[in-house]
Design a protein around this ligand. Structure first.
Ligand SMILES: *Cc1c(COP(=O)(O)O)cnc(C)c1O
Length: 228
């Protein structure tokens, strides 16, 4: 299957769902991203700042770029001008910096931010607990931010084929979304995204209420890390 076929496949699969596809292009060259673009796709995800900046420069500017990997505070400045969404916000400190840089660049649109919640056993290095996310949203600092908007939550499930476990983790993220929605965003339609599901588990994620799946190898093929 070509990249175009894969994009059309996912378009078809998601057609009658509230879920959108983030095509994760990390490690793949801009020419391959362009193939997906030419198939009509406009929503792409990258996990590293430098790679994102390089691809942004090479590709059409009507692409909505999502950063899905860990973001260091000192790198926010490189993407603040053009980034559509930062899915991997995992601290108030990072959010403060994003807000500051968005203001400095005088963006007409705020930077969309999603709170990364840790739901997996492993890899709990990044992401907040739902309680930490609540504390962030309660803080005075957050309430005063004008250049960001919180659009939802993101989570990375355990790398397992255990369906029950995956469902539990996805439903934990959905429960966190519901709690934050009820407590902080009842009157705010911007807060609507649950980003969960990747190549191996996206179908389960959609069944569990995902609004955004992040699919890399299922579109672009296997990644070759030996070249990077
Ligand atoms: C790489 C990556 C994906 C996509 O992974 P695939 O298994 O190739 O679909 C999704 N989410 C995050 C955060 C990633 O880093």
């Amino acid at each position: 299957m070509s990249i175009k076929d894969n994009i059309l496949y996912f378009d078809g699969q998601l057609q009658r769902t509230p879920c959108r596809l983030v095509a994760v292009s990390k490690t793949h060259p801009a020419e391959l991203v362009k193939e997906a673009y030419d198939a009509g796709h406009r929503l792409f995800g990258e996990n590293k700042v430098q790679e994102l900046v390089d691809k942004y420069a090479l590709l059409p500017h009507d692409i909505a770029w999502h950063l899905i990997g860990h973001l260091q505070t000192n790198k926010v400045k490189y993407i603040a001008e053009f980034i559509d969404t930062i899915q991997s916000v995992d601290s108030l400190k990072l959010l403060v910096e994003i807000n500051k840089r968005a203001e400095m660049y005088g963006r007409t649109l705020p930077i969309n931010c999603m709170l990364q919640i840790s739901i997996a056993d492993e890899d709990s290095k990044y992401g907040m607990t739902c309680a930490e996310a609540e504390a962030l949203l309660q803080s005075d600092e957050y309430r005063q931010m004008k250049y960001i908007r919180i659009t939802g939550v993101m989570g990375i499930a355990t790398n397992t084929t255990d369906e029950l476990k995956l469902r539990q983790e996805f439903s934990e993220l959905r429960a966190c979304f519901n709690r934050l929605k009820e407590t902080f965003f009842m009157a705010n339609d911007d807060f609507k995204e649950i980003s969960m599901g990747m190549t191996s588990d996206w179908k389960l994620a959609v069944e569990e209420g995902s609004t955004m799946i992040r699919v890399g190898s299922g579109i672009f093929g296997a990644r070759d890390y030996s070249k990077s």
